[in-house]
Design a protein around this ligand. Structure first.
Ligand SMILES: *Cc1c(COP(=O)(O)O)cnc(C)c1O
Length: 437
């Protein structure tokens, strides 16, 4: 179709990697207009954790539309919103011993981050935020200031302020505990780093290259924040909603962030929906201070509630994610062992894993080959060097196997096509790893 070249802005990105016109999608499959079928390991950049057009949610959504339920209600109290809140409280917060106020922001993830940063700044009266190397928090100015990626940052056209950067887990090598460094600069009045309002962190850096932090590090981070009376914001927009194996990605660390942002897979159906969870003592918003027209996207409330009811009423789904995650890890370790010359370690969490090819060109060659074989999968990281597996969590195990087979085959072909044959020094450079260290 010519129209896309004619009048769609050059800003397109995913469309360039997957140059087809897509028409239909169901579960873990997406179809182009010629009827070609692709296994979807891109899954809306992690916004389709429950698969495309999940039949359970679709039924609820159609019922709601059929009954002329409210679609956009600004922030009016509606049935759909109340039902979502009740379910979220009962099935997500209470069983985990969590107590938060819910703020509905505009429907994109970055809007939730903007709100979270405002809450922290206004509560503490401090103006800086600490974020981490390779972190991604969205592309509106406040969130962008906390984002590392230079391409995104430079597009702002103005100086981005109010954020100090600290080394993420493992940034300086495995032996350096970067929270000790954080504690040190915050304890030293001449370090040049003023006490910030908050620290914002992803437990797995999605856009930054699928780097996951260790749970001890996360605990230490909370301890340092408490010590210096800084709020801890966990940006769980991509890692949350089950991706790592638990509803929130920080559950295993046993921490309680002061603020949590959720979006991407929260609605379950791919409908835009963002949420900020605020510990009650920090909820000092004045009426209407942070607003937005679409804070009451009721169709998203309906499907988000259905998603919680269907998948988070007991621990069955968690177990399923764990089994699949173990399988993915084993397969990636195997691929790395076969084609990575043994000098690597497989890492990643749950169903949030990747293969670090170190070199972006190699990673892109692999993903283009995969696409030709019927698998959609994206790259992430500073140089697009990491192949990121984000298939729906609900994927049938046979299709998961099939998708990874395609990855394996593509890795093999790309490595064979390289100038230097297999089993040579070539692989000393082409380190295949699912952690970008
Ligand atoms: C995607 C993402 C965002 C931004 O969400 P948008 O809906 O694209 O604005 C923020 N933080 C993280 C961790 C993300 O993955």
């Amino acid at each position: 179709m010519k129209i896309f070249n004619e009048i769609e802005s050059e800003v397109q990105s995913y469309a360039r990697s997957f140059p087809r016109v897509f028409k239909k999608a169901k579960g873990e499959f997406i179809y182009d207009q010629d009827g070609n079928e692709y296994l979807d390991f891109l899954a809306g950049a992690g916004s389709m954790n429950y698969g495309h057009n999940n039949s359970i949610f679709k039924e609820k959504l159609l019922e709601y539309i059929e009954s002329d339920g409210i679609t956009n209600g600004l922030d009016l109290h509606t049935d759909a919103k109340g039902d979502f809140m009740t379910t979220f409280k009962k099935k997500i917060l209470e069983p985990r011993g969590l107590d938060y106020m819910l703020q509905f922001t505009g429907p994109t993830g970055t809007n939730a981050v903007e709100a979270a940063l405002k809450v922290a700044r206004n509560y503490t009266g401090r103006d800086t935020i600490i974020s981490f190397t390779n972190g991604f928090h969205g592309v509106t100015l406040g969130s962008l200031a906390a984002t590392g990626n230079s391409t995104h940052r430079s597009a702002s056209g103005i100086s981005l302020q109010g954020v100090h950067r600290m080394p993420y887990y493992g940034y300086l090598g495995e032996d350096v505990n970067t929270t000790a460094y954080l504690d040190k600069v915050l304890s030293d009045s001449s370090s040049g780093i003023d006490t910030p309002a908050a620290v914002i962190v992803e437990t797995v850096q999605g856009e930054g290259g699928v780097t996951s932090c260790d749970m001890e590090w996360l605990k230490d981070l909370q301890t340092v924040c408490k010590k210096h009376r800084i709020l801890l914001i966990v940006d769980d927009i991509q890692a949350g909603c089950g991706r790592t194996g638990t509803f929130f990605s920080f559950e295993k660390a046993g921490i309680q962030p002061d603020i949590i942002t959720l979006s991407k897979s929260l609605s379950g159906y791919g409908l835009p929906f963002s949420l900020v969870l605020i510990k009650p003592e920090y909820d000092l918003w004045k009426p209407g201070e942070h607003n937005g027209t679409f804070r009451g996207h009721n169709l998203a409330f309906v499907t988000a509630k259905a998603a919680i009811d269907a998948y988070w009423s007991d621990d069955k789904f968690e177990k399923e994610i764990r089994t699949k995650g173990d399988y993915v890890q084993k397969r990636l370790e195997d691929i790395i062992a076969k084609y990575g010359d043994g000098n690597l370690h497989a890492r990643g969490r749950g169903m949030f894993q990747g293969i670090n090819c170190v070199n972006g060109e190699i990673a892109n060659n692999i993903t283009s080959k995969a696409f030709k074989k019927g698998l959609m999968i994206e790259t992430s990281g500073a140089d697009d060097q990491v192949i990121k597996l984000l298939c729906p969590l609900t994927i049938d195990i046979k299709n998961l196997e099939k998708g990874i087979d395609i990855i394996e085959q593509s890795v093999k072909e790309v490595c064979r096509n390289a100038d230097v044959p297999v089993d040579s020094d070539y692989f000393d450079d082409v380190v295949l790893n699912n952690n970008n260290k």
